[in-house]
Design a protein around this ligand. Sequence first.
Ligand SMILES: Cc1ncc(COP(=O)(O)O)c(C=O)c1O
Length: 488
Amino acid sequence: MGKQEPLIFEKSRPGRAAYSLPDLDVPLQSVKDLIPKELLRDNLNLPELSEIDVVRHFTHLSEKNLGVDSAFYPLGSCTMKYNPKVSEEIAKLPHFTEIHPYQAEDEISGILELLYNFEQYLCAIFGYEAFTFQPAAGAHGELTALLMIKAYHENKSKVSGPRSKVIIPDSSHGTNPASVALVGYETVVVKSNSRGNIDIEALKEVVGDDTAALMLTNPNTLGLFDEHILEVADIVHKAGGLLYYDGANANATLGICRPADLGFDVAHFNLHKTFSTPHGCGGPGSGPVGVNKKLEPFLPVPRVIKQTTNYNLQSTNYNQSIGRVHSFYGNINVIVKAYAYIRSLGAEGLKKVSENAVLNANYMMKRLRDDYFLKYDRTCQHEFVISAKWQKEKYGVRALDIAKRLLDYGFHPPTIYFPLIVEEALMIEPTETESRETLDAFCDAMISIARECETNPDLVKNAPHTMSVKRVNEGKAARELNLRWSQG
Ligand SMILES: Cc1ncc(COP(=O)(O)O)c(C=O)c1O
């Protein structure tokens, strides 16, 4: 783990190559003539290595990574759950990988049938009338949903007047206000109360005839289910607003409750979290959006329609649609993996997923509550938020230090400093697939770090000690987005 890996450029030696091709049997100039002049370069400055050195270099780098296949990865709000390999196998079948979106509909009826069935499953799981699969991620789903909400209000505004504000609780995910700004609405923040629910009185003060929608994550980013959700829905609906469910993290509620039944008119769901498709590093995601009858006319097109035994794509007959938000039908490969996941678990299996996710989170919360400050002391859902407040006040050790020290114990750290309403937050999401032994090992590490804060705070403040990369300048990495290697 701790050994430094030189850069591939540092390993480079002139003349080495990882390929062996037959000599060119046409004049070099005739090849050069095929390439536009402005793209021709004399020196590409590429590293020169043999094949085995390339393989070893990238294998070494991959071994330095903590991934869900190599370590416990309790990154709250990100649901880094295990990605079953059978779903990968299914998505790799040539029936899926060797079709092309420009093929004639009758040649791709298999994938259309899969999309149609998948829509039926999601409608059954979450209670909606219809879904679009075009959004490529959760944030893209938010944007799509808000565009539909806007179209809905614009359609009604002849009767009820324009609406310009979207209410968001102070515990919300950062993508929510960003999406609101993108569609040209204004964000109004409503505070949470001492139990982590939306403060009903504060909500009543801000809701009005300019309210376009309320965006809510439930369970919220504190891992808490809003105890007054039906009242919240009623207040917003009575004012003529719509209720938006940020269902990025639906891991606590599968088979237990459905957002549409709670009053949410529209919702997005992250397949790359709840339905276990791989994610991280910005890899392809999928954020389908479900709608009730009110918003169905505004769904993106094309939609997959079943006509007796045939499956078709239809764009006509939807003249109120917001149009396309993605090329073709979205990230199909991600959808196939999520479909395989749902099929392999079935209804009972999905319910068990949520029950176990909630049980695991509550077990860990109980084990850690004596050593870390717990701001909201109530039953949590799939995740919980503890805090390094005590450690900071007494020993000057911060959540960031604890996260770094966890690396020395072989664990990926939890999410830190989010949600913003908990100081020195450590947001832990174990997911359903972890064994009791793994949960205990992580809790033991956290408790051991709490002891280290008392006896040797500098050990924690200077962590990690076992990694080849120590503390990085996180501000610089975010502000200077230059990832290119340059010589000298
Ligand atoms: C509550 C919540 N909403 C929205 C998102 C955005 O999802 P994505 O990262 O797929 O855009 C996330 C992702 O972490 C989330 O946790």
